[in-house]
Design a protein around this ligand. Structure first.
Ligand SMILES: [Cu+2]
Length: 452
């Protein structure tokens, strides 16, 4: 992935097009990319900048580009209403008002989100601010500061990327057994100088939850989706849903080498081979070279965050994610543009419908959103905001998930978030809330809301 740091007021051209890419299998796969054969750039910009984009669609299908994690008006959010026809250009001015944070962008074309994102229509948008740029953290890009896009893939017998859906894939989401890092077969090797190394991680899988660990020592987490944690959190394993981002530090002062590992849950054929549990794959091996890098120590305090205060909420909304909707909804779901192989998924009894607004939210008011589900583990995402998790699956979230987030896990019991929206999202450009298993989203496990 190339690094793209636009100058102030410089127009940013992003071209979505078909490409051909070798993941390292020795064969060329048919892919999609943004200014590239596969995936897009890592965009780096600063709080206070407004990014004037020209998003060109050179695909033969309609697409959209959603800025996942940004606090921006609905009109420039890039959701399913901001369609870009083949040959057309979409030119939103995207204001960066929020703090330093790791965001990303991906296709959000309803019914095609899963396929287009899996094939490569995704990139990363890093926001820095004065505090992050002056923080005592490694920040020399591609030297001791790396962005890692983690994805799972299926390759056919010829080494070509394969993507397809079936009733089972709609149910589970599309999962592959091969780990790819920034579009290259894992493990990836990287030489680094002596010192701390910062890794900015995105789980860009369509459906796979990842269990991250280090070969030596714990994982040191410094930030979640919406910015820095109050202080460094050490954890043996970091559990990341599709769509989640975390930033971690690796201490390469004393160690000559260390490896970031990614655990895949054994399923189907692999579960019969290895039993249930994790297959652990090496993602990135860091090896220290003779250079001198960032020579600071592991940070203690990172940011000021108050505890979320649920008494500020003026309202509570309930969202019930539904895998099993019965046969009646399937025909409706199909008529409403959901792609679900003859089935349907829903939220509060309703599959996604582009011309139905499900919720109207008052701008600037704090609310509690409670989410539950009838089956399976799902990653729930809300557009246009960062929120704080009050509870996840009926209990407190892990320490690394207690900062600013835009994803919450939902399985057993209620997951509750404290949320507020500061920008307008009118009826013709509403925000989305949805499951980030992208096949579930295309299947109708999505709703839309206005803010005003
Ligand atoms: Cu789901």
């Amino acid at each position: 992935m190339t690094d793209l740091t636009p100058g102030l007021n410089e127009r940013i051209s992003l071209t979505c097009a078909a490409g051909q890419h070798d993941f390292g299998t020795g064969a060329t796969s048919q892919t999609l990319g943004i200014n590239s054969n596969y995936l897009g750039p890592v965009l780096r910009a600063k709080q206070g900048q407004t990014l004037p984009f020209d998003v060109h669609n050179q695909l033969d299908t309609v697409t959209t580009l959603h800025w996942h994690g940004l606090h921006i008006p609905g009109e420039v959010d890039g959701g399913p209403h901001q369609e870009i026809e083949p040959g057309a250009t979409w030119s939103p001015d995207v204001p960066l008002v929020q703090h330093a944070s790791m965001n990303w962008f991906h296709s959000h074309m309803h019914g095609l989100t899963a396929e287009q994102t899996h094939k490569g229509l995704a990139g990363v948008l890093l926001i820095e601010d004065d505090a992050s740029l002056s923080a005592d953290l490694p920040g020399t890009y591609s030297v001791d500061d790396f962005t890692l896009v983690l994805q799972d893939k299926v390759f056919d017998g010829n080494g070509r990327m394969a993507y397809g859906v079936s009733a089972q894939v709609f149910e589970d989401g599309f999962e592959g057994e091969t780990l790819v890092v920034n579009g290259t077969l894992a493990p990836v090797a990287q030489q680094v100088p002596s010192g701390l190394v910062r890794l900015r991680l995105l789980n860009a899988c369509n459906a796979r939850f990842l269990t991250l660990s280090m070969a030596t020592g714990p994982i040191s987490v410094i930030a979640s989706e919406g910015g820095f944690l109050p202080s460094l959190v050490e954890t043996e394993t970091l559990f990341m849903s599709p769509g989640e981002r975390y930033e971690i530090l690796v201490d390469m002062r004393a160690l000559a080498t260390n490896t970031l590992q990614v655990g895949f849950e054994n399923e189907g054929f692999f579960a019969t081979l290895f039993g249930s549990g994790l297959t652990t794959l090496d993602a990135l091996t860091l090896t220290r070279n003779s250079g001198k890098g960032f020579d600071g120590a592991m940070p203690n305090r990172l940011a000021t965050l108050t505890l979320p205060d649920p008494t500020q909420a003026v309202r509570t909304r309930d969202f019930r994610l539904q895998m099993d909707t019965g046969a009646d909804l399937a025909a409706l779901a199909l008529a409403w543009g959901n792609v679900c192989g003859g089935g349907a998924m829903a939220i509060n009894g309703q599959p996604m419908k582009m011309d139905r607004i499900d919720e109207a939210v008052a701008k600037g008011e704090t609310e509690i959103w409670r989410i539950s589900v009838d089956d399976m583990l799902h990653p729930f995402h809300i557009h246009g905001c960062s929120f704080r998790i009050l509870s996840q699956n009926g209990g407190p979230p892990p320490a690394y998930a207690q900062g600013w987030k835009d994803m919450v896990h939902v399985e057993d019991g209620w997951s509750e978030v404290l949320v507020r929206f500061d920008f307008d999202a009118p009826e013709n450009a509403p925000y989305m809330y949805h499951c980030h298993i992208l096949e579930h989203e295309d299947c109708g496990m999505m709703g839309q809301f206005t803010v005003g």
